[in-house]
Design a protein around this ligand. Structure first.
Ligand code: ADP
Ligand code: MG
Ligand code: MG
Length: 936
């Protein structure tokens, strides 16, 4: 159990400590900023009073009392009783009733509220103060006996449940009060609560009290004061109930925050047909549209609206039932939005045609709505562009870049109980299709023109073709860096991974979901939301990304694309504020062009090895690898040269003058060789050597730990001719493209450097070839030579390395592997458990491990700058597109981050937010540099 860390509550020097804050009339002791002390509900009730909205008077007991209560064996500070009595006197005066008075009784609600809204806390008790005497006063006052007994039976029911603990014992038991109520309705031959008459309700009160006595042995208290203190104690006790404790743990809410208790005079929505109650959002929480959205019921109280026993009506219909209240509610909506400058979730009650506000708080919303509301509110001048940037989580932009489910249709599906399960949101976007359980079937179904969702327990490299043929990928096991998740993100596929409740049966070609009845068979439609991890049954309509249609496909005119315009605005604001550049990781001209459309300002990582797999290239590549002598190797390399040159030309042209960082060959060579007999035989035939010889060479290249083996600059150190060929291809491409009148800025990056001499040996080759190419072509061009910092020795000796390197690019994938001593490909077995056990707060391959890997980066930044003050610094690992890591890169002073094309907009926003939160002092210089580059 989480221990409460008691906060010392000390009396203030002057006078007694204030434990009770009054609100009512047009003056409140508290205000919105006091959520820590008054809880969200109490603070906002006070705020609504202060801005002149009609709120039934009441008072809030502070969270400090809760903390005191737990630090002092569940007793109260001695001043409390007097302060409560005094506040209640004020409430009585304001409302014109007397608590416990049999003639003119004031009734109360007792409501819990912590700083953050928290399920698991005590339910609200309404109509407190009723007993067999005071109910008569209520009858007299209201001239409505039925209403009075309806209030009374509700009170006994709620009090019996939450204070006296008469609850269903197991999940399958029905609520004991509901059981009695149902029996009564059955006996009377009616179906709705409102059809019961006063006598029935009076009888219910008796039966309820009897059941409480019988089942709990406790007597229902008649004394209103006893009722009140019982309810207050129940609120404080609920702070430590198991459900609340678990929720706090999951959401990092400290237990010493405590809960407040708000005690408020009742207003009655159940006082007749001219009364009612409702809930609303000031804007549509699903789409963000600026329309009033909500529901209400006439002649109803409390949670009747959400309880599902009667069907609530859409808020617009209040216009017909009570035009005056509706008009007023619309005014309050606008007053509240102007005041809070936020979309709010509100609760209200109408008593005999008079409207009261009972709650307001910042409304929960979908990611799409969050973006739309932020952008609209800037247009409406409610908030500034800077505030909007801080309100939009960078990952939420996926809602604009990826296809999404029609938010309304999804909400409906969830209401229809079609949400099957939730997994990890591993690949953003929305996909609907027929489910298949193996890769082969995925290809087959897709060939028949059906959209396919491939569901597997886990995926492996054999599934690649099936994954490619599918719209979406769903796995039961595996985390955010599992095979399925990584491949899906690379392919831009929707993916929900690690969806634990799925029970997939390959043999039967079906799947079940833990805790649900349905069996999903091959060919059934399902829908997966890779932005939220939700898996739903059936088909759902999707909305394509307008941004892609405008920017990439160029099939949509921006003027008829409101979502694109929203995106464009956010990006414009972001670019104004960010202080670092955003580059992309791209190996092909089309990828590069997409990235530029998304706003990439250069390539931060062009991997050359992918190029060797293309048409006509893998043959000479393998020939080169298997060569026995330098001459043979050179011969094979000469065949590769024109291919590489052409690839680079394509990229340079697409990047049109923006800097391009090209990494020399990095992976272990055996990755390029065939590993099956058939492939080896073919290779032997091509080279005209015996198959046994090929096998022998391949075996000789086998490594025990390839990640730490013969790769990176080690290849170039042992085979300098490879670096030579690659440099020549880059520089000849540079000359050719320059001749076409297009600017080129190549940056040659040497990978896996741990020692300055490794880099030196490669740099000499690069510079020598550059000089040769310039001389041969009688021309000059600019270029840079730098290195990746991706092993700890490189980071530690960064000052030495910077004597040679003109730039550093942090390869945080390998740096994480080598700093943590964790192989990413083998980490699936334990890293998810580590994250679950909070050993690492986040997967270090997703978000930079700041104290470890981040420390090495900071050390390398200062080492590099100490030698070469103007050294260019960037990052090209996967982390370069992850918002928290982008923020870190900004904070430690990098010049740019580089990420996959689809994450460029996310990185732009993340960089802007980082700059707003923690601006760099040299703003002007950075901005100038940026605009100079952008002009190119
Ligand atoms: P929750 O934290 O679950 O939202 P609330 O404290 O808001 O609980 O109470 C639930 C409902 O009870 C409110 O939405 C409102 O309808 C009703 N309620 C609470 N206080 C009063 C009151 N003073 N008068 C009338 N109804 C009330
Ligand atoms: Mg509730
Ligand atoms: Mg509420």
């Amino acid at each position: 159990m989480a221990k409460a860390k008691p906060r010392k509550v000390q009396p203030k020097k002057s006078g007694k400590q204030k434990f009770v804050y009054y609100f009512g009339g047009n003056k409140a002791d508290g205000k919105a900023e006091m959520k820590g002390l008054l809880g969200g509900k109490g603070a906002n009730l006070a705020e609504m009073v202060n801005i002149g909205l009609p709120v039934p008077a009441g008072f809030t007991i502070t969270t400090e009392v809760c903390t005191w209560y737990y630090a002092n064996e569940k007793r109260y500070p001695k001043e409390l009783e007097e302060q409560v009595a005094k506040a209640l006197k004020r409430v009585e005066k304001e409302m014109g009733g007397v608590f416990g008075d049999p003639k003119n009784p004031l009734l109360l609600s007792v409501r819990s509220g912590s700083r953050a809204s928290m399920p698991g806390m005590m339910d609200t008790i309404l109509n407190l103060g009723l007993n067999d005497e005071t109910v008569k006063g209520l009858i007299e006052k209201s001239a409505n006996e039925r209403f009075a007994y309806d209030s009374y039976r509700r009170f006994v029911q709620m009090y019996g449940d939450v204070v006296l603990d008469l609850k269903p014992k197991t999940k399958t038991d029905i609520d004991p009060f509901e059981e009695i109520l149902e029996k009564m309705k059955h006996d009377r031959g009616v179906s709705l609560d409102i059809e019961l008459d006063a006598e029935d309700l009076k009888e219910l009160v008796r039966l309820f009290k009897e059941a409480i006595k019988r089942e709990t042995g406790r007597t229902f208290p008649d004394d209103p004061w006893e009722q009140l203190w019982g309810a207050i104690g129940a609120v404080f006790n609920s702070w430590m109930n198991p459900r609340a404790i678990v929720y706090r743990k999951l959401n990092d809410i400290p237990s010493d925050w405590g809960t407040a208790v708000s005690i408020q005079s009742m207003v009655f929505g159940n006082a007749g047909e001219d009364s009612g109650t409702g809930v609303a959002f000031t804007r549509d929480a699903a789409t963000g549209e600026n329309i009033f959205y909500g529901e209400f019921l006439m002649n109803a109280q409390g949670e009747d609206v959400v309880a599902g026993t009667r069907n609530p009506l859409p808020i617009v219909q209040l216009k017909d039932k009570d035009p005056k209240s509706f008009k007023q509610l619309m005014e309050f909506r606008s007053i509240l939005e102007k005041h809070y400058r936020e979309m709010l979730d509100i609760e209200f009650t109408i008593q005999h045609g008079k409207l009261y506000m009972l709650q307001c708080r910042v409304g929960k919303r979908t990611a799409f709505a969050a973006i739309r509301i932020a952008v609209d509110m800037v247009k409406e001048k409610l908030i500034t562009a800077e505030e909007a940037l801080l309100r939009i989580e960078p990952d939420q932009l996926n809602q604009l870049l990826r296809p999404i489910f029609d938010p309304k249709a999804k909400m409906r599906a969830i209401e229809e109980n079609r949400l099957l399960a939730k997994g990890l949101n591993a690949g953003p976007g929305a996909a609907s299709g027929v489910v298949v359980f193996n890769a082969e079937d995925a290809v087959k179904f897709a060939k028949n023109g059906l959209p396919v969702i491939l569901a597997r327990i886990e995926t492996s490299p054999e599934d690649i073709q099936g994954m490619d043929a599918s719209e979406g990928i769903l796995t039961a096991r595996g985390g955010m860096t599992s095979h399925a998740a990584l491949v899906a993100r690379q392919m831009g596929k929707v993916c929900v991974a690690g969806c634990d409740p799925l029970k997939i049966d390959y043999k039967a070609s079906e799947m079940r979901i833990a805790g649900r009845k349905e069996v999903i068979q091959e060919g059934d439609y399902i829908s997966i939301d890779g932005s939220t991890g939700e898996v739903l049954s059936g088909q759902l309509p999707t909305l394509p990304s307008e941004v892609l249609q405008v920017l990439i496909d160029e099939t949509l005119d921006p003027d008829s694309a409101p979502v694109y315009k929203m995106y464009e605005r956010i990006m414009r604001w972001a670019d104004k504020h960010r202080q670092i550049n955003i580059r992309t990781n791209a190996d092909q001209p089309d990828q590069s062009a997409n990235a530029v459309a998304f706003g990439a300002e250069g390539i931060g990582l062009c991997r050359t090895e992918h190029m060797f797999f293309g048409e006509g290239k893998i043959g000479p590549m393998r020939e080169m690898i298997l060569a026995d002598t330098v001459e043979d190797r050179r011969k094979a390399l000469a065949k590769l040269l024109p291919f590489q040159r052409k690839d680079f030309e394509g990229i340079f042209e697409a990047m049109n003058g923006r800097p391009v960082t090209i990494r020399t060959i990095d992976p272990p060579l055996h990755e390029f060789l065939p590993h099956d007999d058939k492939g080896q035989k073919e290779l032997a035939d091509m080279l005209g050597i015996p198959a046994a010889k090929v096998r022998e060479r391949i075996e000789a290249l086998h490594e025990f730990n390839p990640m730490l083996g013969f790769r990176g600059c080690r290849l170039g150190v042992v085979y300098p001719e490879i670096t030579e060929m690659q440099s020549r291809a880059i520089f000849e491409a540079t000359v050719n493209v320059l001749e076409r009148g297009i600017k080129v800025l190549p940056e040659i990056m040497i990978p896996l450097v741990g020692h300055v001499k490794e880099l030196k040996s490669q740099e000499e080759i690069v510079r020598r070839v550059a000089a040769e190419v310039m001389k041969e072509n009688k021309t000059k061009f600019k270029y840079l030579v730098g290195t990746m910092i991706e092993i700890p020795r490189g980071a530690i000796t960064a000052d030495e390395i910077a004597e040679v390197a003109e730039f550093f690019s942090f390869g945080t994938n390998d740096l994480t592997q080598t700093a943590l001593g964790v192989s990413r490909d083998d980490s699936g077995r334990f890293l998810p458990v580590y994250v679950e056990k909070d050993i690492y707060q986040r997967d270090p391959f997703e978000s930079i491990d700041r104290p470890g890997v981040g420390f090495l980066m900071k050390y390398a930044v200062s080492g590099g700058r100490s030698t070469r003050p103007d050294i260019k610094l960037g990052i090209c690992g996967e982390h370069g597109g992850e918002p928290l890591s982008v923020e870190f890169c900004h904070d430690i002073g990098l010049d740019y981050v580089s990420c996959s094309p689809f994450r460029v907009p996310i990185a732009r926003l993340a960089a802007a937010r980082a700059a707003l939160k923690n601006p760099r002092p040299n703003t002007k210089k950075a901005a100038k540099k940026k605009s100079k580059r952008a002009k190119k």
